[in-house]
Write a protein that binds this ligand. Structure first.
Ligand SMILES: [Zn+2]
Length: 146
């Protein structure tokens, strides 16, 4: 991103807003369309192949974090792209108390899980129109937020 210090994680600061709330990198289309409840397919692919954080859009560092409804952590398949741990914590601190359909979730999760991992795979949809998913290689640490 332009105008940001190299290697500095900037979280949601400076992101475009929709409904008064900052929109994560992964929820903005390359054409500028903003939608809190949808992960952009273009951005999901960019985050995976470019190893870019889905919150701030900067290069990922280890450990890599994933968050989502607790069920995603149980199945090991996440909808939201990988993020910096600090970015995930900032995003959950902001959006979990608000509730609703945010952080790329089409349904408001009752319970959120945050996990860290050393690496991940991109799982492409088997059906046309399906969503990209991310599979952490292994879970180092898991925390629950509700
Ligand atoms: Zn980040």
């Amino acid at each position: 991103m332009v105008g940001r210090g190299f290697g500095v994680t900037s979280g949601l600061t400076g992101r475009a807003t929709e409904g008064g709330l900052p929109v994560p990198f992964a929820c903005e289309d390359d054409d500028g369309t903003l939608n809190h409840s949808v992960v952009s397919k273009q951005r999901a692919i960019r985050c995976a192949l470019g190893r870019i954080c889905g919150i701030c859009g900067e290069t990922l560092t280890r450990p890599v974090a994933f968050f989502g409804p607790e069920g995603e952590a149980t199945t090991g398949l996440f909808t939201f792209p990988p993020t910096h741990l600090a970015c995930a914590q900032e995003a959950l601190d902001l959006f979990v108390p608000i509730g609703g359909r945010h952080l790329g979730q089409s349904e408001a999760p009752l319970t959120w899980a945050l996990i860290t991992t050393g690496g991940f795979d991109l799982i492409r949809p088997t059906r046309r129109g399906g969503v990209m998913q991310f599979r952490p290689n292994s879970i180092i640490e898991k925390t629950i937020r509700d």
